[in-house]
Design a protein around this ligand. Structure first.
Ligand SMILES: Cc1cc2nc3c(=O)[nH]c(=O)nc-3n(C[C@H](O)[C@H](O)[C@H](O)COP(=O)(O)OP(=O)(O)OC[C@H]3O[C@@H](n4cnc5c(N)ncnc54)[C@H](O)[C@@H]3O)c2cc1C
Length: 457
């Protein structure tokens, strides 16, 4: 095989597919080759919970600004496709039973408002005008957040929450969509504009005079070279490896994240619920016998301790579906990405127990666990949890990745930014926050040392 392309994109996950779309459909670069050794969208991008939010911490407003841009693009795509990927705007509902957490909610909402996520509305009486979100659609909805502190109002709108819930923060420019359908929509539009998809593994990148010249690909029909002046790395958990082919060391690592899906036959989570997140740490109520068993297990002893806040879940699927998704990833030590992933057999029970703290109706499943589908993947991340989109030190080489736990929601914003570089368009104000060379800036290195919240839960 001997071929040419104006741009070769390595990786057809959501990042690579969105990059191809933004170059060929919204930009004017038609001669794009997408190379992937796997079927498109099949490694990490189909393991996601498929949620989105414009609710991100600082420092600075770059993260909120790029997410607002990405969600604007998602909404445009939803409008033009007659909502082919079922974008909703149900919001994220953070709930707490700790009165002290209310001030944290207020602080976070104040910060988010200052960064551009929208205003905070506080509902402290039962007659307050809190407006719940519709189950479907995304138009004409508020931004910002509603903080509900009146117990009757909480009970009226969210009767399925634990009765000791003292506050609920409903963040509004958030929801979910079908990531697979979004990805296929982007890929089809890109292919209509001439983007080619090649099955193969990128083995080498050829350079001359400090510039990209070609990409060597191992395909099922043998090895071949694609001559190209531009190479985009969009390889999810393999960023370090593929950037290494260019002699570039990317400051990224991987965390393992797992989710479960099961049929909620008892209807513990209503079908029109928003994304539900318990904001308090949880100490699980084990029996004496279970405690003794866990105490004697090196792998599971820590389950007796208080486990971190952030267990979350949501209903999944349209009419007729009873599926719910739940996640609680508390072991976030960096790992080498290996496939297939292995799952701890105790995880489904653990996550149901954790979520039952927020939704007591889920306790019905602790008598006899439901049949769960367990899957997951790796968050490829930078230490401050901000992605990479832009040029690399080798001329003609670019990266779009380290999209962590937000790659579906951010991929349009990141790909639009990447296309700004490649199509030589003016760059948005937030561009420097996502460049690889930010790590060379001594001011940024200082900022990194004091970095607080990363916006992950
Ligand atoms: C459990 C879980 C829940 C999540 N929930 C959310 C959520 O609610 N919202 C959200 O926005 N995001 C979520 N995410 C994150 C999101 O799924 C990822 O950020 C996103 O899928 C990353 O996409 P990607 O294209 O960068 O990587 P990938 O989807 O991994 O794609 C990379 C592609 O590169 C290919 N590749 C690698 N090396 C080579 C090579 N040498 N040659 C050819 N091809 C190569 C691979 O085959 C693969 O297809 C979640 C992730 C997980 C694991």
């Amino acid at each position: 095989m001997r071929a040419t392309a104006e741009v070769v994109i390595c990786g057809a996950g959501i990042a690579g597919v969105a990059a191809a779309y933004h170059l060929a459909v919204r930009g004017a670069i038609r001669d794009v080759m997408l190379v992937d050794e796997r079927p498109p969208l099949s490694l990490t991008s189909d393991k996601s919970t498929e949620c989105y939010r414009n609710w991100w911490p600082g420092p600075g407003d770059a993260m909120v600004a790029v997410m607002n841009r990405s969600i604007d693009l998602l909404e445009d795509l939803a409008r033009e496709s007659h909502n082919a990927f079922r974008l909703n705007r149900r919001g994220y509902l953070f709930a707490t039973a700790e009165p002290t957490t209310l001030s944290r909610f207020r602080r976070a909402a104040g910060e988010a408002a200052a960064l551009g996520a929208g205003p905070l509305r506080v509902h402290a009486t039962a007659s307050s005008d809190y407006a719940p979100a519709p189950a479907d659609g995304f138009e004409d909805q508020p931004t910002g957040a509603d903080l509900i502190t009146d117990p009757d109002l909480i009970r009226r709108h969210f009767p399925y929450l634990a009765t000791d819930t003292v506050g609920a923060l409903h963040v509004r420019r958030c929801g979910w969509f079908s990531g697979q359908q979004l990805g296929m929509y982007l890929l089809e539009r890109a292919r209509e504009r001439g983007v080619r998809l090649l099955e193969g593994r990128v083995e080498r990148v050829e350079t001359a005079g400090g510039r990209v010249r070609g990409v060597v690909v191992e395909t099922p029909d043998g090895s071949g070279t694609i001559s190209t002046p531009r190479f985009v790395i969009a390889v999810g958990p393999f960023l370090r490896h593929v950037a290494g082919l260019l002699g570039v060391e990317l400051p990224v690592f991987s965390e393992r994240h797992v989710k479960i899906a099961f049929s909620d036959g008892v209807g513990a989570i209503p079908r029109d619920a928003p994304m539900l997140i318990w904001a308090d740490p949880v100490r699980l109520p084990w029996s004496e016998e279970e405690r003794a068993e866990l105490a004697s297990s090196d792998a599971h002893r820590e389950l007796l301790d208080e486990l971190p806040a952030g267990v979350h879940g949501r209903p999944e699927g349209g009419p007729g579906s009873a599926t719910v998704l739940l996640l609680w990833n508390y072991d976030l030590r960096p790992v080498e990405p290996t496939f297939p992933l292995e799952f701890d057999p105790i995880y489904p029970e653990l996550v149901i127990r954790g979520m039952a703290r927020m939704i007591p109706g889920l306790s019905a499943y602790l008598v006899r666990l439901p049949r769960c589908v367990v899957d997951g993947g790796y968050y490829a991340k930078t230490r401050e949890n901000r992605f990479l989109a832009g040029p690399l030190p080798v001329e003609g080489a670019y990266v779009i990745g380290a999209l962590s736990g937000y790659g579906l929601m951010a991929s349009n914003g990141a790909a639009d930014l990447l296309a700004d570089y490649i199509c030589a368009r003016p760059l948005p104000r937030y561009a420097p926050a996502f460049r690889f060379d930010r790590y060379q800036d001594p001011g940024y290195a200082k900022l990194l040392e004091q970095w607080g919240e990363t916006g992950q839960f």
